[in-house]
Ligand binder design. Structure first.
Ligand code: CO8
Length: 259
Protein backbone atom coordinates (compact mmCIF):
# COMPACT_ATOMS: atom_id res chain seq x y z
CA UNK A 1 0.00 0.00 0.00
CA UNK A 2 1.27 3.50 -0.94
CA UNK A 3 1.44 5.81 2.06
CA UNK A 4 2.37 9.48 2.01
CA UNK A 5 3.00 10.18 5.68
CA UNK A 6 3.75 6.77 7.15
CA UNK A 7 7.05 5.08 6.37
CA UNK A 8 7.68 1.49 7.42
CA UNK A 9 11.23 0.22 7.85
CA UNK A 10 11.40 -3.57 7.94
CA UNK A 11 14.10 -4.66 10.38
CA UNK A 12 15.20 -8.10 11.52
CA UNK A 13 11.80 -9.60 12.45
CA UNK A 14 10.28 -6.25 13.52
CA UNK A 15 9.01 -3.06 11.93
CA UNK A 16 9.70 0.61 12.65
CA UNK A 17 6.72 2.79 11.76
CA UNK A 18 7.74 6.40 11.19
CA UNK A 19 5.20 9.22 11.20
CA UNK A 20 6.53 11.49 8.48
CA UNK A 21 5.02 14.91 8.10
CA UNK A 22 7.96 16.92 9.45
CA UNK A 23 6.85 20.31 8.10
CA UNK A 24 3.87 20.15 10.48
CA UNK A 25 5.79 18.47 13.32
CA UNK A 26 4.12 15.16 12.29
CA UNK A 27 0.71 16.46 13.40
CA UNK A 28 -1.90 13.74 12.89
CA UNK A 29 -4.71 14.46 10.45
CA UNK A 30 -7.45 12.16 9.12
CA UNK A 31 -5.30 10.97 6.22
CA UNK A 32 -2.52 9.95 8.60
CA UNK A 33 -5.01 8.04 10.75
CA UNK A 34 -6.26 6.19 7.64
CA UNK A 35 -2.72 5.35 6.54
CA UNK A 36 -1.67 4.30 10.02
CA UNK A 37 -4.74 2.12 10.41
CA UNK A 38 -4.05 0.31 7.11
CA UNK A 39 -0.36 -0.15 7.95
CA UNK A 40 -1.25 -1.58 11.36
CA UNK A 41 -3.66 -4.08 9.77
CA UNK A 42 -0.85 -5.28 7.50
CA UNK A 43 1.75 -5.50 10.26
CA UNK A 44 -0.61 -7.16 12.73
CA UNK A 45 -1.36 -9.89 10.16
CA UNK A 46 2.28 -10.39 9.17
CA UNK A 47 3.68 -13.43 11.01
CA UNK A 48 7.25 -12.41 10.15
CA UNK A 49 6.85 -9.22 12.19
CA UNK A 50 7.22 -9.94 15.90
CA UNK A 51 7.22 -6.39 17.32
CA UNK A 52 6.20 -2.93 16.12
CA UNK A 53 7.95 0.32 17.08
CA UNK A 54 6.86 3.89 16.38
CA UNK A 55 8.86 7.08 15.96
CA UNK A 56 8.65 10.46 14.24
CA UNK A 57 10.58 12.04 11.38
CA UNK A 58 12.64 15.12 12.22
CA UNK A 59 12.54 16.97 15.52
CA UNK A 60 9.09 15.85 16.64
CA UNK A 61 7.65 12.49 17.60
CA UNK A 62 4.14 13.83 16.99
CA UNK A 63 3.06 17.36 18.02
CA UNK A 64 -0.57 16.32 18.40
CA UNK A 65 -3.64 16.14 16.24
CA UNK A 66 -3.76 18.62 13.37
CA UNK A 67 -5.10 21.86 14.86
CA UNK A 68 -5.75 23.39 11.41
CA UNK A 69 -7.94 20.42 10.46
CA UNK A 70 -9.79 20.46 13.80
CA UNK A 71 -10.43 24.20 14.03
CA UNK A 72 -13.69 24.34 12.08
CA UNK A 73 -14.98 20.87 12.86
CA UNK A 74 -18.62 20.44 13.74
CA UNK A 75 -19.52 18.43 16.84
CA UNK A 76 -20.25 15.40 14.67
CA UNK A 77 -16.98 15.73 12.77
CA UNK A 78 -15.07 16.05 16.06
CA UNK A 79 -16.76 12.91 17.36
CA UNK A 80 -15.94 11.04 14.13
CA UNK A 81 -12.32 12.23 14.24
CA UNK A 82 -11.93 11.15 17.87
CA UNK A 83 -13.58 7.79 17.08
CA UNK A 84 -11.24 7.22 14.15
CA UNK A 85 -8.31 8.02 16.46
CA UNK A 86 -9.57 5.57 19.08
CA UNK A 87 -10.06 2.82 16.52
CA UNK A 88 -6.56 3.34 15.15
CA UNK A 89 -4.85 3.52 18.54
CA UNK A 90 -6.74 0.41 19.66
CA UNK A 91 -5.03 -1.45 16.82
CA UNK A 92 -1.77 -0.56 18.60
CA UNK A 93 -3.01 -1.28 22.12
CA UNK A 94 -4.71 -4.56 21.22
CA UNK A 95 -2.03 -5.77 18.81
CA UNK A 96 -0.90 -9.29 19.72
CA UNK A 97 2.66 -8.07 19.11
CA UNK A 98 4.74 -6.02 21.56
CA UNK A 99 4.65 -2.30 20.69
CA UNK A 100 7.26 0.31 21.58
CA UNK A 101 7.23 4.09 21.17
CA UNK A 102 10.70 5.54 20.54
CA UNK A 103 10.00 9.19 21.36
CA UNK A 104 12.54 11.35 19.53
CA UNK A 105 11.12 14.85 20.20
CA UNK A 106 7.81 16.56 20.94
CA UNK A 107 5.12 14.07 22.04
CA UNK A 108 2.24 16.44 22.63
CA UNK A 109 -1.53 15.89 22.73
CA UNK A 110 -2.36 13.10 20.29
CA UNK A 111 1.38 12.31 20.04
CA UNK A 112 1.62 11.59 23.74
CA UNK A 113 -1.61 9.60 23.38
CA UNK A 114 -0.15 7.43 20.61
CA UNK A 115 2.86 6.71 22.82
CA UNK A 116 0.48 5.84 25.67
CA UNK A 117 -1.21 3.20 23.50
CA UNK A 118 2.12 1.35 23.21
CA UNK A 119 3.32 -1.32 25.64
CA UNK A 120 6.67 0.38 26.29
CA UNK A 121 7.94 3.94 25.85
CA UNK A 122 11.59 4.97 25.53
CA UNK A 123 12.72 8.54 24.90
CA UNK A 124 15.64 10.61 23.72
CA UNK A 125 16.92 13.07 26.32
CA UNK A 126 15.50 16.10 24.48
CA UNK A 127 12.01 14.63 24.08
CA UNK A 128 9.15 16.59 25.61
CA UNK A 129 5.77 15.29 26.69
CA UNK A 130 2.51 17.08 27.39
CA UNK A 131 -1.24 17.22 27.02
CA UNK A 132 -1.76 20.88 26.06
CA UNK A 133 -5.35 20.47 24.84
CA UNK A 134 -7.04 22.76 27.39
CA UNK A 135 -5.01 25.66 25.95
CA UNK A 136 -6.90 25.02 22.71
CA UNK A 137 -10.28 24.87 24.41
CA UNK A 138 -10.58 21.08 24.18
CA UNK A 139 -9.63 18.02 26.19
CA UNK A 140 -7.59 15.03 24.96
CA UNK A 141 -9.67 12.98 22.52
CA UNK A 142 -7.42 10.07 21.58
CA UNK A 143 -7.43 8.31 24.96
CA UNK A 144 -5.23 10.67 27.01
CA UNK A 145 -7.61 11.15 29.92
CA UNK A 146 -7.92 7.38 30.31
CA UNK A 147 -4.56 5.81 29.46
CA UNK A 148 -2.47 8.58 31.08
CA UNK A 149 -4.50 8.26 34.28
CA UNK A 150 -4.05 4.49 34.38
CA UNK A 151 -0.32 4.84 33.82
CA UNK A 152 0.67 7.66 36.21
CA UNK A 153 -2.42 8.02 38.43
CA UNK A 154 -5.20 10.63 38.48
CA UNK A 155 -3.39 13.39 40.43
CA UNK A 156 -0.36 13.57 38.13
CA UNK A 157 -2.52 13.14 35.03
CA UNK A 158 -4.78 16.01 36.14
CA UNK A 159 -1.77 18.25 36.81
CA UNK A 160 -0.51 17.67 33.26
CA UNK A 161 -3.99 18.24 31.82
CA UNK A 162 -4.85 21.32 33.90
CA UNK A 163 -1.52 23.11 33.45
CA UNK A 164 -0.84 22.03 29.84
CA UNK A 165 2.84 22.17 30.78
CA UNK A 166 5.47 20.38 28.76
CA UNK A 167 7.68 18.03 30.74
CA UNK A 168 11.16 16.80 29.92
CA UNK A 169 12.05 13.17 29.22
CA UNK A 170 13.68 12.97 32.68
CA UNK A 171 10.48 14.22 34.36
CA UNK A 172 8.48 11.72 32.30
CA UNK A 173 10.83 9.00 33.53
CA UNK A 174 10.31 10.03 37.17
CA UNK A 175 6.52 9.90 36.66
CA UNK A 176 6.63 6.44 35.11
CA UNK A 177 5.46 7.79 31.78
CA UNK A 178 8.54 6.37 30.02
CA UNK A 179 10.60 3.27 30.77
CA UNK A 180 14.03 4.63 29.83
CA UNK A 181 15.72 7.83 28.65
CA UNK A 182 18.78 7.68 26.39
CA UNK A 183 21.07 10.24 24.78
CA UNK A 184 19.34 11.47 21.60
CA UNK A 185 21.95 9.95 19.30
CA UNK A 186 21.67 6.57 21.04
CA UNK A 187 17.87 6.26 20.94
CA UNK A 188 17.63 4.04 17.86
CA UNK A 189 20.59 1.82 18.84
CA UNK A 190 18.94 1.32 22.22
CA UNK A 191 15.63 0.58 20.48
CA UNK A 192 17.41 -2.06 18.38
CA UNK A 193 18.87 -3.65 21.52
CA UNK A 194 15.54 -3.63 23.37
CA UNK A 195 13.61 -5.12 20.46
CA UNK A 196 16.31 -7.76 19.85
CA UNK A 197 15.72 -9.00 23.40
CA UNK A 198 11.99 -9.29 22.67
CA UNK A 199 11.82 -10.79 19.18
CA UNK A 200 13.81 -13.93 20.01
CA UNK A 201 11.09 -15.05 22.44
CA UNK A 202 8.01 -17.06 21.48
CA UNK A 203 5.50 -14.64 19.97
CA UNK A 204 2.60 -16.81 21.16
CA UNK A 205 3.83 -16.70 24.76
CA UNK A 206 4.49 -12.94 24.53
CA UNK A 207 0.94 -12.36 23.35
CA UNK A 208 -0.38 -14.39 26.30
CA UNK A 209 1.79 -12.33 28.69
CA UNK A 210 0.43 -9.10 27.17
CA UNK A 211 -3.12 -10.35 27.51
CA UNK A 212 -2.52 -11.29 31.16
CA UNK A 213 -1.24 -7.80 32.04
CA UNK A 214 -3.78 -5.80 30.01
CA UNK A 215 -6.74 -8.04 30.92
CA UNK A 216 -5.81 -7.85 34.59
CA UNK A 217 -5.84 -4.04 34.59
CA UNK A 218 -9.62 -4.06 34.30
CA UNK A 219 -10.14 -6.60 37.10
CA UNK A 220 -10.14 -6.82 40.88
CA UNK A 221 -7.08 -8.69 42.21
CA UNK A 222 -8.92 -12.02 42.78
CA UNK A 223 -10.34 -12.01 39.26
CA UNK A 224 -6.99 -10.91 37.87
CA UNK A 225 -5.23 -13.80 39.56
CA UNK A 226 -7.82 -16.25 38.20
CA UNK A 227 -7.29 -14.74 34.74
CA UNK A 228 -3.54 -15.23 35.12
CA UNK A 229 -4.04 -18.83 36.30
CA UNK A 230 -6.05 -19.70 33.19
CA UNK A 231 -3.56 -18.04 30.86
CA UNK A 232 -0.66 -19.71 32.70
CA UNK A 233 -2.36 -23.09 32.17
CA UNK A 234 -2.93 -22.25 28.50
CA UNK A 235 0.86 -21.97 28.00
CA UNK A 236 1.00 -25.71 28.63
CA UNK A 237 -0.90 -26.45 25.43
CA UNK A 238 1.86 -24.76 23.40
CA UNK A 239 4.87 -26.37 21.78
CA UNK A 240 6.99 -23.45 23.00
CA UNK A 241 6.41 -24.32 26.67
CA UNK A 242 7.76 -27.82 26.03
CA UNK A 243 10.66 -26.40 23.99
CA UNK A 244 11.55 -23.67 26.54
CA UNK A 245 11.69 -26.06 29.47
CA UNK A 246 13.44 -28.84 27.53
CA UNK A 247 16.07 -26.34 26.30
CA UNK A 248 16.74 -25.15 29.86
CA UNK A 249 17.05 -28.66 31.26
CA UNK A 250 19.37 -29.72 28.42
CA UNK A 251 21.46 -26.54 28.70
CA UNK A 252 20.83 -25.40 25.13
CA UNK A 253 19.29 -22.37 23.43
CA UNK A 254 15.53 -22.64 22.97
CA UNK A 255 14.27 -22.61 19.39
CA UNK A 256 10.74 -21.30 19.57
CA UNK A 257 8.31 -22.05 16.74
CA UNK A 258 5.47 -19.75 17.89
CA UNK A 259 3.18 -22.74 18.29
N1 CO8 B 1 -1.34 20.85 14.31
C1 CO8 B 1 -1.12 21.48 13.16
N2 CO8 B 1 0.07 22.06 12.84
C2 CO8 B 1 1.05 21.98 13.75
C3 CO8 B 1 0.89 21.32 14.99
C4 CO8 B 1 -0.38 20.72 15.25
N3 CO8 B 1 -0.62 20.03 16.37
N4 CO8 B 1 2.05 21.42 15.68
C5 CO8 B 1 2.91 22.10 14.89
N5 CO8 B 1 2.31 22.45 13.74
C6 CO8 B 1 2.88 23.21 12.62
C7 CO8 B 1 2.96 24.70 12.93
O1 CO8 B 1 1.73 25.34 12.71
C8 CO8 B 1 4.05 25.15 11.97
O2 CO8 B 1 3.48 25.29 10.70
P1 CO8 B 1 3.94 26.51 9.72
O3 CO8 B 1 5.41 26.26 9.49
O4 CO8 B 1 3.12 26.33 8.50
O5 CO8 B 1 3.70 27.78 10.46
C9 CO8 B 1 4.98 23.94 11.92
O6 CO8 B 1 4.23 22.83 12.41
C10 CO8 B 1 6.19 24.11 12.79
O7 CO8 B 1 5.74 24.42 14.11
P2 CO8 B 1 6.33 25.65 14.96
O8 CO8 B 1 6.76 26.75 14.05
O9 CO8 B 1 5.33 25.97 16.01
O10 CO8 B 1 7.64 24.95 15.58
P3 CO8 B 1 8.34 25.25 16.98
O11 CO8 B 1 9.60 24.48 16.97
O12 CO8 B 1 8.40 26.72 17.23
O13 CO8 B 1 7.33 24.62 18.09
C11 CO8 B 1 5.85 22.93 18.98
C12 CO8 B 1 7.08 23.24 18.08
C13 CO8 B 1 6.22 23.24 20.44
C14 CO8 B 1 5.56 21.44 18.83
C15 CO8 B 1 4.66 23.79 18.56
O14 CO8 B 1 4.48 23.63 17.15
C16 CO8 B 1 3.36 23.43 19.20
O15 CO8 B 1 3.12 23.85 20.32
N6 CO8 B 1 2.48 22.68 18.51
C17 CO8 B 1 1.14 22.37 18.98
C18 CO8 B 1 1.16 21.37 20.12
C19 CO8 B 1 -0.25 21.08 20.58
O16 CO8 B 1 -0.96 21.93 21.06
N7 CO8 B 1 -0.67 19.79 20.42
C20 CO8 B 1 -1.97 19.34 20.82
C21 CO8 B 1 -2.91 19.36 19.67
S1 CO8 B 1 -4.57 18.92 20.11
C22 CO8 B 1 -4.55 17.22 20.19
O17 CO8 B 1 -3.54 16.59 19.95
C23 CO8 B 1 -5.83 16.58 20.57
C24 CO8 B 1 -5.84 15.10 20.25
C25 CO8 B 1 -7.21 14.53 20.30
C26 CO8 B 1 -8.07 14.94 19.17
C27 CO8 B 1 -9.40 14.31 19.24
C28 CO8 B 1 -10.29 14.65 18.06
C29 CO8 B 1 -11.48 15.50 18.33
Amino acid sequence: METKHIKVEYKNRWALVKISRPKAMNAINSDILDELSAVLDQLNENDDIRAIAFTGEGKAFIAGADIAEMKDMTTIQARDFATKGHQTFEKIEKSLKPTIAAVNGYALGGGCELALACDIRIAGASAQFGQPEVCLGIIPGFGGTQRLTKLIGPAKAKELLYTSKRISAEEALEMGLVNHVFADDELYDELDKLVAEIVDKSSVILSIAKDAVDGGLEKEIDDGLKYETNLFAMCFCTHDQTEGMDAFLNKREAKFSDK
